[in-house]
Design a binder for this molecule. Structure first.
Ligand code: LMR
Length: 400
């Protein structure tokens, strides 16, 4: 019955991550997937998270269904973290928030909402993009397009071209934006550039959909949410998909949130009802254990501060690795401009390496980077960074 189906080509990120695990190179380095590793190369259990897990284990509770929209304590914590303690939109009850299955689940539920509310709308996604954005929105029936974002020549932002494109979009077009730590490039907008984007979104009556999966990995929890908060303050209707996978290191628990900032609390109620209906028909309700873990950390003032400090440690380590790569490459390849390692931020750096160079890195050096040339910085640590820069110098020296 299914012989006519297309062969799944595999996921470019998960597929190469699997290939890495099969490789036997003694010095192999995994720079494929957006997972945070500590300096010992381990995925950390954050002490704040461990404290809540211990508390939960000491007092086992029945594992019943959560409501379709998720735990109330989780949803209010999402609003405080993403929109800030002083958010007017939240205080006015204008934000409909649900607990979702990670950031990916939030994007899917949001995509279904938008397709139902605006069946004629198309979406514009940054070029380059996280591939799954195309799959999720296209899969939800929304035609996908791209807007210019990354300038190959400067390895920075193509801001003018991006704005030119946004200024031409039909009203009610959806625009997918990353408030911080852009995946895959690590290239972000400044606050002044966000303010310009907000003006165009307002003038053109566009629908921003913000994907914030790395809050805290750029400059700080509040700084990284600038675009979200500025859009909510400007009175825009905006969708926000957030994820705790990385900044709480709870990937497999599938903990994310979808928030829709509306014009009034009555409108937010309507939206919340539709979000519940969408959830019910896809997966009924979100997972309970992860929800309790995240809510436990975020709602306990002491653990919350501890978590913010833990996120700073992760951010600083990634910045330190960027600095080391920059320093070592500048010595090994004086003619190569390695500044992009320190200008780009967060988990990812866009290297511009060719397919051939990436192939050589894998085969000769055991260094795994996905085909777009996106480097997942947390795979680097003080023990392997020298091997990484040696390998990079080897493949780059041919072309410099
Ligand atoms: C990544 O981009 O590597 C992560 O966000 C993991 C994923 O789901 O692709």
């Amino acid at each position: 019955m299914f012989k006519h189906l297309e062969q799944y080509a595999g996921d470019p990120i998960f597929g190469l991550n699997d290939a890495f695990h099969r490789n036997t190179h003694p010095q192999k380095i995994n720079l494929t997937i957006g997972l945070y590793y500590d300096d010992a190369g381990r995925i950390p259990v954050l002490p704040s998270v461990a404290t809540v897990q211990t508390r939960l284990a000491a007092d086992p509770a029945p594992c019943t269904y959560l409501p379709m929209e998720g735990l109330a304590a989780y949803r209010s914590a999402v609003q405080r973290v993403v929109f800030g303690e002083a958010s007017t939109a939240v205080a006015e009850g204008r934000v409909a928030t649900i607990q979702t299955l990670g950031g990916t689940g939030a994007l899917k539920v949001g995509a279904d909402l938008l397709h139902a509310a605006y069946p004629e709308s198309q979406i514009w996604i940054s070029d380059p993009a996280w591939d799954n954005h195309y799959a999720i929105f296209g899969g939800a029936g929304i035609p996908t397009n791209s807007y210019p974002y990354y300038d190959q020549a400067t390895k920075g932002l193509a801001f003018d071209a991006m704005m030119e494109c946004l200024r031409e979009l039909p009203s009610h077009s959806i625009v997918l934006l990353h408030p911080c730590c852009h995946n895959p490039t690590g290239v972000d907008l400044s606050q002044a550039q966000w303010d310009e984007v907000i003006q165009v979104l307002q003038q053109r009556r566009l629908i921003p959909f913000l994907d914030i999966a790395y809050q805290g990995f750029g400059s700080g929890m509040d700084e990284d949410a600038y675009a979200v908060r500025a859009m909510a303050d400007a009175g825009l209707t905006v969708l926000v998909a957030n994820s705790f996978s990385k900044n709480l290191s709870v990937y497999g628990e599938r903990c994310g949130g979808l928030s829709v900032v509306c014009g009034s609390s009555a409108e937010a109620d309507l939206v919340l009802g539709q979000l519940k209906a969408i959830v019910r028909r896809i997966y009924s309700s979100p997972p309970s254990h992860g929800g309790h873990v995240v809510a436990g950390v975020l709602n306990d003032p002491e653990l919350h501060s501890q978590w913010v400090a833990e996120v700073s440690t992760m951010r600083d380590r990634m910045a330190q690795m960027r600095g080391l790569v920059h320093e070592q490459l500048s010595t090994k390849l004086p003619d190569y401009d390695a500044d992009y390692f320190i200008r780009q931020r967060g988990m990812f750096t866009y290297s511009g390496l060719s397919r051939e160079q990436l192939q050589t890195l894998r085969e000769r050096h055991g260094v795994y980077i996905i085909d777009s040339g996106r480097i997942a910085v947390p795979g680097l640590n003080t023990a392997n960074v020298e091997h990484f820069t040696d390998a990079l110098a080897d493949v780059i020296s041919v072309t410099v």
